[in-house]
Design a protein around this ligand. Structure first.
Ligand code: UDP
Length: 388
């Protein structure tokens, strides 16, 4: 048992999160797992549950707006992609939201706050300072390479980022260097635990053909990206090839995509599922991941040594993730469905070595311990404050 639990009741920690995509929820889960036994952890979404309409719909419209109007999303993203502009926008919204947010924060009153969402950093910090709260505030940035300036309130007590590039953004936004730590993206425990099954055994448990290579397609929690045309191109190509494969599409919360995929006939075995809780199993069963450049998914694939073919990205915050994967040789970016299909066919040819090489590179960039290290850093901060 740790010293913390022997000497005093475990501290209360509240994680500020939201349902936009799946990355924030996954980060919340991983930090909760890492803190279990050392703190009492709760989660709160100020954005989804404690703001007025239409602000409270932002999480819900995130997936559809990125999917159906990526250019509009990009223009809006760029319009507020400076510390000065995002702060001006948040200050303009503050009178509309601060009373309800103050009540939610006061109801919770933990010993320490952790935010894993860029739109829940400035406003709660301003609110807490106004309320006279001394509880430390930790920001855990879940966009590893090109994070939005909204993440970087200079008044945060600790800002955890995943890469040196993100640290540079934090410093440029005015976060004092001593408050920035480069640790990594928090990943759920299921992705770091040693696997006891072979790929064939996992496939069998998931109801798939055990001996047929698996190409897994995902688009984050909201099912973002062009999975349908890409699946058509890949399956058409593999149907007339020596390369054998089965496909699984994880549509996440994109119900329209799930229905569209299920209503079609496919020339090779293809399974479509909605939001899954056991992503580690599906990834571990795969030989290749086809995905948008979601940071959580890429980091999880790296932990399990799964090569990735990136086909889409959310403009702005995910753009840098592509270079991160390609520079390390853990995957490739290709947007054209025809060329994607050609690459998949080439890599799945018997005896081809590309997938094994990328899998080794993926393992080399994995940081499976990040959640535990972030938990340590947050609890150390709390101890410092308690002593001071
Ligand atoms: N995820 C999941 N089940 C699903 C789809 C996604 O658990 O059916 C998780 C996935 O494992 C990852 C997160 O949702 O942890 C997606 O995060 P990412 O940063 O890749 O993209 P986002 O959804 O935030 O755009």
């Amino acid at each position: 048992m740790s010293q913390e639990t022997l000497d005093s009741p475990p501290p209360r920690i509240c994680i500020l999160t939201a349902d936009s995509g799946g990355g924030h929820r996954a980060a919340t889960r991983s930090l909760t797992e890492a803190l279990t036994g050392r703190a009492r952890v709760s989660a709160l979404s100020l954005l989804d549950d404690h703001t007025p309409f239409p602000i409270n719909t932002l999480s819900e419209v995130y997936g559809p707006s990125v999917n159906f109007a990526p250019n509009v999303y990009h223009i809006l993203y760029q319009a507020i992609a400076s510390r000065r502009r995002i702060v001006a926008l948040e200050r303009a919204a503050y009178p509309l939201v601060h009373r309800r947010i103050a009540k939610a924060l006061a109801d919770e009153q933990p010993d320490l706050w952790i935010s894993v969402h860029p739109l829940q950093v400035d406003v709660p910090i301003w609110n807490l300072r106004q309320m006279g709260s001394r509880a430390p505030f930790v920001t855990v940035v879940t966009d590893p390479v090109t994070p939005h300036p909204a993440w970087f309130c200079p008044d945060t007590d600790l800002c955890v980022v995943a890469t040196e590039a993100a640290r540079e953004v934090a410093l440029a936004c005015g976060v004092p260097p001593q408050r920035v730590q480069v640790i990594g993206l928090p990943i759920r425990r299921a992705f770091e635990e040693p696997r006891t099954e072979t790929k064939a055994e996992t496939r069998s448990r998931l109801g798939l053909a055990p001996d047929c290579p698996l190409v897994l397609m995902t688009g984050g929690g909201a099912g973002i990206g062009r999975m349908l045309p890409i699946a058509r191109a890949v399956t058409a190509r593999l149907a007339h090839s020596a390369a054998r494969a089965q496909i699984v599409i994880i549509a996440g919360r994109n119900q329209t995509l799930l229905e569209q995929v299920r209503s079609q006939r496919w020339p090779i075995p293809l399974t479509a599922v909605g939001y899954v809780e056991n992503m580690a199993d599906w990834l571990a069963a795969a030989n290749l991941l086809i995905s948008k450049a979601g940071p959580g998914t890429l980091a999880e694939a790296a932990c399990l040594g799964i090569p990735v073919l990136i086909t889409d990205y959310v403009p702005g915050q995910e753009a840098g993730n592509i270079a991160w994967v390609e520079q390390h040789g853990a995957g490739v970016y290709e947007a054209d469905p025809g060329r994607i299909a050609a690459l998949v066919e080439e890599w799945l040819q018997p005896g081809h070595t590309a997938l094994a090489a990328m899998a080794a590179q993926a393992r080399a960039i994995a940081r499976p311990q990040a959640a535990a290290k972030i938990a340590d850093a947050a609890l150390a901060l709390l101890r410092e404050r308690t002593v001071a």
